[in-house]
Design a protein around this ligand. Structure first.
Ligand SMILES: NC(=O)c1ccc[n+]([C@@H]2O[C@H](COP(=O)([O-])OP(=O)(O)OC[C@H]3O[C@@H](n4cnc5c(N)ncnc54)[C@H](O)[C@@H]3O)[C@@H](O)[C@H]2O)c1
Ligand SMILES: O=CCc1c[nH]cn1
Length: 484
């Protein structure tokens, strides 16, 4: 099988197999062939991973931050040197075109490692005078063993966005990739060891929801960071609450992209396409509700249709392919169900809407216009290449409609009027917003959602809040004033 790893799990510095765990078959989304067979982690392996992490964390946290940073820097260097091989694996794991994975996945992981490598040694506390010569100083301490649980759309990026801050700040991690894309995180674990990380610091265990659930409730675990859907987020957040564990929840969205009629049409069309068709639409922050001001609508739709129909759909490993399959045949059925609902509920199909007559889970990039706020495709996360275009007239109206959703992951605005751009961005109820850009997620910027889309932030300075805890130390300098 073309992507079979050495073994299913990476625990305590080495690959390890136990075929008594239920099988996980990896299917290449572009042609339906099996590329690997892995096995779920047994309770004994889960225990081994958590014990290794707990042991490794103590010595790792005692290192100077600059020493921890050195290991992460080295890992980033190795990832960059092996980008071609890692990108090909990402493509096999997910079906995303190589054109994307060569620039967006392993390299994004490397950036996270570089960023947090440099950040580690800058983390300091405060000195707080409290009167009478006494003072309090604070330190930021690691949380301990962190559990990372990943979604399937960005397996390398998700593993690195969680591992990099966790390790930089002195924690250890047990990571469970999505059972749909189990391959890439193993490479991250292998590379960290090659870079000099101690055995046990970053472990990968495979499995479905039950394996994730057993990690979340283990007494050795201090923090859980999940990237996944809102329904899973509810379960994981509740389970973590039982043990009063720290959490980061990176969940789903139904984000608005608002285009005023003074915007550059080409830029707005380009952003709407990026925010709906990149990774075949399987990106959490996608701007799937595209609000276009009435005056611009005809021109916008004309250019959108022409440019969408020119997208090169094909075999993901071929260089010219811009658009690949959906992750699984089950997900293809789900996305086709939403397209069917769009038609039934009266939206106008501008382009796409059909599956491709070839092996693999291919559906055309699809655009619906005439979408109203009540339609299912305007309310629910499709997580596929289905753009809903809605018309609006005024700024006040579009802000109210953009915010009328239970999600709050992201939002974008296109306009030539910068005062309006800032006003609209300030009014968005979303954790991550863009002005005259969409879906750019540099590691320097905090990323995450509000409302049902999540709790906490990944990346940027904000990440230190989610992978450390503050300790206050009061220093008395005078005789103790006791009434007893
Ligand atoms: N906000 C973000 O940063 C972000 C990024 C990528 C994807 N997502 C979201 O992820 C979803 C798509 O990914 P998915 O289908 O893999 O999501 P999912 O919720 O089905 O699964 C996510 C992960 O949770 C695990 N899991 C399932 N049940 C569990 C339980 N009870 N306890 C512990 N772990 C459990 C799964 O095995 C998987 O590893 C979309 O909603 C998308 O928007 C969010
Ligand atoms: O899928 C969600 C996270 C993300 C956004 N852009 C790239 N990755």
């Amino acid at each position: 099988m073309r992507a079979q790893p050495q073994a299913s799990h990476f625990i305590d510095g080495a690959y390890i197999e136990d075929t008594s765990g239920a099988p996980i078959d990896c299917i290449y989304a572009a042609d339906g062939t099996q590329i690997a067979r892995l096995h779920e982690a047994t309770p004994a392996l889960i225990d081994k991973a958590l014990a290794a992490a707990a042991r490794a964390q103590v010595a790792w946290a005692a290192l100077r931050p600059v020493e921890r940073g050195r290991v992460l820097h080295k890992a980033a260097e190795i990832i960059r040197a092996r980008n071609a091989e890692l990108s090909e694996l990402e493509t096999l794991d997910t079906g995303k075109p190589l054109q994307e994975t060569l620039v967006a996945d392993a390299s994004s992981g490397a950036e996270a490692l570089e960023y947090f490598a440099g950040f580690a040694a800058t983390v300091t506390g405060q000195t707080v005078p409290v009167g009478g010569g006494d003072f309090v100083y604070t330190t930021r301490e690691p949380l301990g063993v962190c559990v990372g649980i990943g979604a399937w759309n960005y397996p390398t990026q998700i593993a690195c966005w969680k591992a990099a801050p966790a390790l930089a700040f002195g924690n250890a991690m047990v990571f469970k990739p999505s059972e749909v894309t189990p391959l890439c995180a193993l490479k991250v674990a292998e590379i960290l060891i090659e870079a000099g990380a101690p055995a046990g610091l970053f472990n990968v265990v495979q499995g479905r929801g039950a394996v994730g659930a057993s990690l979340v409730t283990d007494k050795r675990v201090a923090k859980v960071s999940l990237t996944g859907s809102v329904p899973t987020g509810r379960k994981v957040y509740a389970a973590a609450a039982e043990g009063i564990r720290h959490v980061t929840m990176e969940l789903g969205g139904k984000s608005p992209l608002v285009i005023f009629d003074d915007a550059s049409v080409e830029d707005a069309v380009g952003a709407a396409m990026l925010g709906n068709f990149y990774s075949s639409g399987q990106i959490c922050s996608n701007g799937t509700r595209v609000f276009v001001q009435k005056g611009l609508m005809p021109q916008f739709l004309e250019r959108l249709k022409a440019r969408t129909e020119a997208i090169v759909i094909g075999e993901p490993l071929e260089e010219e392919t811009q658009f690949g399959p959906l992750i699984t045949s089950e997900h293809l059925e789900k996305v086709m169900g939403y397209i069917e609902l769009g038609l039934q509920e009266g939206a106008t199909l501008i382009t796409g809407g059909a599956r491709l007559n070839r092996p693999g889970n291919y559906v055309q990039p699809t655009v619906f216009a005439g979408v109203t706020d009540e339609m299912t495709i305007a309310r629910e996360e499709v997580f596929g290449p289905v753009m809903a275009v809605l018309e609006f007239e005024s700024e006040a109206e579009v802000i109210a409609r953009a915010n009328a959703t239970e999600f709050g992951l992201a939002a974008g605005v296109f306009t030539a009027d910068l005062a309006r751009a800032h006003r609209v961005a300030a009014a968005f109820e979303a954790g991550t917003c863009w002005i005259n850009a969409y879906n750019l997620t540099p590691v320097e910027a905090p990323f995450g959602g509000s409302k049902l889309s999540g709790v906490g932030r990944e990346n940027g300075h904000a990440a230190v809040e989610y992978y450390t805890q503050v300790k206050s130390i009061y220093v008395g300098t005078a005789p103790v004033d006791s009434p007893y």
